[in-house]
Design a protein around this ligand. Structure first.
Ligand code: C2E
Ligand code: CA
Ligand code: CA
Length: 544
């Protein structure tokens, strides 16, 4: 007689669907004249057969359907006619097979989920490391690089197009990575806009080209838009067989973080870089002391009138002289912003700047407006305006000589605070400038709502090998709008003549960038100014 309890017990082996089903079906083979059971996926048109007896009567079938699956019983070809009782048993057997199959798939899904990112179906971090361990048995790891990729400004895509479209963009990016990877390579998705990869070194260039400019299509209101996703990449050249998680993922991830904070696109994780990053990690502990000991210094980068070559302004940029090594602000400013100590650095920079202006004026030099950067966190201090004004007064500097650079805000509350700040500055005759213009999502409303004197177009707009028509339209309309609103426009990061001419053609007269002058320490800056004029010879012309 059909032993239900035993049948269920045999089915309960969840490790191997085939084994458990065949074992359970063997048990009922005599009682119900079973030849074969098929599980057919109606969506994927896939078919699994569990053959118990080769001698099958294709005509005698009983079906049970559940979800996307049909479970089909085939009778053994033995001339026996099934009676009602047997048909009932077969129905129960099929239902139980279906329940077991469903349970098996659920367990498999849960097991897979441990290793797979559910959004893109690429391996997650666990899956990524597991795949690499598997590969290590067959490939020479020293021939590979590991990569950590973060998509630049992805928050902006979510804000502009919506999070569903954002998910689609991530999926397209993931598919591009999947299509690129060969069998001996692995790509993974850590969630959000972070990806990892393990790629053969000889394909490094191709891989970088793919991830730093990856076109995806975003659909919105039935309109398809092409958006280029820019992956910011940190990578590590793997050198030994014994590569650890740290080397494969953490080092590449730190290099990526470094690239982001120093506004670079691709950064290699070298030992030297890792040492620098580690040494900066504890800045919160030593910051006050380092500041008091004069280890933070001001670099100056002039701003130019493109046509005349005249210097029209200068910006103060912070550097940290740590044990004789110069650390760029991208490494320590994010940490000081987190700890809230950035205000001390910003006011120190302003004070140093005011002292210098005071001295230059006493020596009879002409002064061009000088900019100082403020962090968004500084606005949490309700007396920041008073403190700025007091410093300027203390050194007898004219307010029109000072420009305060601020960045676009992300939320309404911050926006109100920023508007209040800008108005107070204006009332006191201090100019304001919006830095990194175009990288926030509120750019255009900034022009309308804030009474700023200047915008600085972010260097990502022109920092490309080729400038195309849509760059021209975007930058051109920003410049037009600003001009009509009587706002000065400066473009930052100008590195070559092509970019300078491009800007001139669009009506942007002022620029800052390596083409003209890198940020310089005070003495070199003074020497530069002496050579090119402006502050020293009252002419202000760059002699080319
Ligand atoms: P920023 O205010 O946008 O400054 C411009 C950055 O671009 C500077 O980097 C400058 O050295 C760099 N740069 C200038 N011309 C070119 C060019 O032609 N090509 C390229 N590739 N880069 C160019 P730096 O000095 O490393 O400063 C990075 C950022 O750190 C600054 O970006 C600013 O946001 C922040 N920062 C610097 N000093 C201070 C400060 O005293 N306070 C605050 N809150 N932030 C600061
Ligand atoms: Ca700036
Ligand atoms: Ca900037």
């Amino acid at each position: 007689m059909f032993d239900m309890a035993k049948f269920v017990e045999y089915l309960d082996d969840n490790n191997d669907l085939k084994k458990s089903l065949i074992k359970a079906l063997e048990l009922v083979k005599e009682d119900i004249h079973l030849g074969k059971i098929s599980i057919v996926n109606t969506v994927l048109c896939e078919n699994f057969d569990f053959v118990v007896d080769e001698n099958i009567d294709e005509k005698c079938q009983i079906k049970y359907c559940h979800d996307e699956y049909v479970y089909i019983f085939f009778k053994k070809k033995d001339g026996h006619n099934l009676n009602i009782k047997e048909t009932e048993i077969i129905d129960i057997v099929l239902r139980m097979v279906s329940m077991h199959h469903e349970k098996f798939m659920l367990i498999k899904k849960a097991k897979d989920a441990e290793f797979i990112s559910h959004n893109t179906h690429l391996p997650n971090i666990k899956g990524f490391m597991k795949e690499i361990s598997k590969l290590r048995e067959n490939v020479d790891i020293k021939k590979y690089n590991s990569y950590f990729i973060n998509i630049k400004g992805f928050g902006l895509i979510n804000k502009i197009f919506g999070s569903k479209q954002g998910d689609e963009a991530i999926l397209s990016f993931a598919n591009a990575l999947r299509d690129f990877a060969f069998d001996d390579e692995v790509v993974g998705h850590l969630g959000g806009d972070n990806f990892v990869a393990f790629i053969n070194r000889r394909r490094h260039e191709d891989f970088i080209n793919l991830v730093t400019m990856c076109p995806v299509i975003i659909k919105q209101d039935n309109v398809r838009k092409k958006v280029n996703l820019i992956g910011v990449v940190g990578y590590k050249v793997l050198k030994s067989d014994d590569v650890t998680y740290d080397e494969i993922v953490s080092h590449a991830s730190l290099a990526c973080q470094y690239a982001r904070s120093t506004k670079k696109i691709v950064v290699e994780s070298t030992n030297e870089l890792m040492e620098t990053i580690n040494s900066v990690k504890n800045i919160e502990r030593t910051f006050k002391e380092e500041l008091e000991n004069g280890n933070f210094i001001v670099y100056y980068q002039p701003k130019f009138d493109i046509k005349s070559g005249k210097i029209v302004g200068v910006e103060a940029l912070a550097r940290w002289n740590k044990d004789g090594k110069l650390i760029p602000p991208g490494l320590f400013i994010p940490i000081l912003e987190k700890s809230g100590e950035i205000i001390d650095l910003d006011l120190f920079m302003l004070e140093t700047l005011c002292k210098d202006i005071h001295n230059y004026r006493n020596q009879g030099h002409i002064i061009v407006p000088a900019s100082c950067n403020l962090s968004r966190r500084d606005f949490e201090f309700s007396d920041i305006e008073d403190r700025i004004i007091n410093i300027i007064r203390k050194y007898n500097v004219q307010t029109r000589d000072i420009v305060i650079e601020v960045t676009e805000t992300t939320n309404l509350e911050e926006k109100d605070r920023l508007a209040q700040f800008i108005n107070t500055m204006k009332k006191n005759g201090i100019m304001t400038s919006v830095d990194d213009f175009g990288t926030g999502y509120s750019s255009l409303s900034v022009l309308r709502d804030f009474k700023v004197n200047e915008i600085k177009i972010d260097r990502s707009f022109i920092n490309r090998d080729e400038l195309n028509n849509s760059d021209e339209i975007i930058i051109g309309s920003i410049i037009d709008m600003a001009k009509r609103l009587n706002i000065d426009v400066v473009c930052e990061g100008v590195e070559n003549e092509m970019q300078a001419n491009f800007l001139l053609n669009l009506g942007c007269n002022n620029a800052q960038g390596y083409l003209y002058c890198k940020p310089l320490p005070k003495l070199e800056f003074e020497a530069f100014m002496q050579k090119v004029g402006t502050v020293y010879d009252k002419e202000g012309t760059v002699k080319k």
